[in-house]
Design a protein. Structure first.
Length: 512
């Protein structure tokens, strides 16, 4: 070497100068002498029992020895597995094998023969007891479609291994579940999507229901809310007694409170319930030895309209949803306060403690409860439908009955009254009603109402006038229909009664 070595460096090839002793410098170089005739640049395994191995297995070992050091572990394994895709063996003994990220080159001859014997049994649907590392090698091959007719068959193989081993091997299940989901997405097995992404599909369906809450079916919205609430309203005593009341009020509260909550939290209600979308990097078949000689560059697999696997330029991402706070707490407090207030209104008491202290939301809940109970009471009130087309027949029948009941003296008195009136009574009945309220009813109807409202003997009055109860009720309801847009008299089996909502107005009309 140059004498002035401390001032500058001259690159002198080792061993070229016979006078230079370079052996002391050998320990500073990462140098491994090849054990094969071809210099591959890396250390290669030495196989015992090589001569006793089947020819195909010898070819595999020679291929492993001849591989360049630059090849990746996954690509190396893929090429070797493709070469051995149809090979089978019949080893006398299955020897143990333990290795992280196991591949062929980590095995000795006996282990290789054990693996290909096991693979033959697995392909025949058998599940022999064995080391997990062997199983992982077979799973890696299946993920890469080695020895597999098509992706559908490959998924069936993975399912068979799951069913055969995962009950006793929870570690295998932890990996296999994720790989199978990636497998469905990677190979576009759209028909199996609902099976392997059931949880995601349920969450996305719930988000769609919350987003469309104003138009959603009440039953569906209620069930979804119950599933996303920390408070189980179905266990409430009130729900067990009146499930329909609780359901109607709960869905009403959700529909009214959601816009207020959205404005306050600056997030859509469905995101507050089901999480906020995040697109994260997602290495496919993570922790597996996987290689595809023709990987997809641009590809999208839709789990739902809300969630997708996306591949762009070979890089994969997955839509995931992160909870904003603890899941179900907000909805749980909303349902708890709704149940508590509904008990107070319907039962007069509630043993549950108030947990929600929010004036705006509390007011919304109370308004929804009050509105629902008012509508329920209105619906429970009996509705009388009058067929006005039959009133003429009823009057005609009443006249015939009245005529038959009159004595000769009463009949003569009636004739005198008719002669004193310039316009027939029948014509007066069809004349247009006057604009003043008292003219809506004739004298008999007014007197009937006075006695009915004041508790007088209205029955004696009708007998005196020879007017049946039904005729008088129908006549009053007909004449007041335009004014009240409803019937004012009803009969629940105990005779005519004034509907309470119209009592005060009728009193004013008759001067009570």
């Amino acid at each position: 070497m140059n004498e002035d070595i401390n001032n500058y460096y001259v690159d002198v090839p080792l061993g070229d100068d016979p006078d230079t002793d370079w052996k002391p410098f050998l320990g500073y170089w990462d140098f491994v002498r090849s054990s094969s005739s071809e210099d591959t640049g890396r250390q290669v395994p030495v196989y015992s029992d090589f001569d006793d191995a089947p020819p195909k297995l010898q070819q595999l070992m020679e291929t492993i020895n001849a591989e360049p050091w630059t090849i990746t572990r996954s690509k190396s394994f893929y090429k070797q597995a493709a070469m051995m895709a149809d090979f089978e063996d019949s080893a006398d003994e299955i020897v143990p094998f333990q290795c992280y990220f196991p591949v062929y080159k980590e095995m000795n001859v006996r282990q290789l023969r054990s693996y290909f014997t096991l693979r033959k049994l697995w392909r025949r649907g058998q599940h022999p007891d064995t080391s997990l590392s062997y199983l992982f090698v077979y799973i890696y091959e299946t993920l890469m479609q080695v020895g597999v007719e098509n992706p559908e068959v490959g998924l069936e193989i993975l399912e068979d291994l799951r069913d055969g081993y995962c009950e006793n091997e929870p570690k295998l299940l932890r990996y296999l579940e994720n790989w199978m989901r990636d497998y469905v997405a990677y190979y576009n097995l759209i028909d199996r999507r609902s099976e392997f992404f059931s949880t995601e599909l349920r969450e996305d369906m719930a988000a769609a229901i919350f987003a469309n809450r104003d138009n959603e079916n009440d039953d569906i919205l209620f069930e979804t809310a119950c599933n996303y609430s920390t408070f189980n309203v179905k266990k409430s005593i009130l729900y067990k007694k009146s499930p329909q009341d609780v359901q109607k009020v709960v869905v009403g509260v959700i529909r009214k409170a959601a816009p207020v909550i959205e404005k306050r939290e600056h997030h859509r209600f469905e995101n507050l319930m089901c999480g906020l979308k995040r697109q994260t990097g997602h290495p496919m078949f993570e922790a597996a030895v996987f290689y595809n000689p023709h990987p997809p560059k641009d590809y999208v697999f839709s789990i739902s309209e809300r969630r997708k696997y996306i591949c762009r330029n070979g890089l994969w991402t997955l839509d995931v949803y992160k909870q904003l706070g603890k899941r179900g707490v907000l909805l749980g407090m909303l349902l708890h306060e709704t149940d508590r207030r509904l008990r107070l209104v319907t039962q007069g008491m509630s043993k549950t403690t108030q947990k929600l202290y929010d004036a705006d939301i509390e007011l919304i809940i109370q308004k929804v409860i009050d509105h629902y109970l008012k509508e329920k009471a209105e619906a429970a009130r009996p509705k009388i439908q009058v067929d006005f087309s039959k009133l003429a027949d009823i009057r005609s029948d009443a006249s015939v009955i009245r005529e038959a009941l009159l004595s000769d003296e009463e009949r003569m008195e009636g004739m005198e009254i008719l002669e004193s009136q310039p316009v027939p009574v029948e014509l007066q009945a069809v004349q247009p009603a006057q604009s003043t309220q008292p003219d809506l009813l004739d004298d008999d109807e007014m007197e009937f109402l006075r006695r009915l409202i004041s508790g007088g003997d209205w029955r004696a009055f009708l007998r005196e006038k020879h007017i049946p109860e039904g005729v008088m009720m129908d006549s009053v309801n007909e004449h007041l229909m335009d004014e009240f847009q409803d019937t004012v008299l009803t009969d629940n089996g105990n005779g005519p009664e004034v509907i309470e909502d119209y009592l005060e107005e009728l009193k004013g009309m008759i001067g009570e």
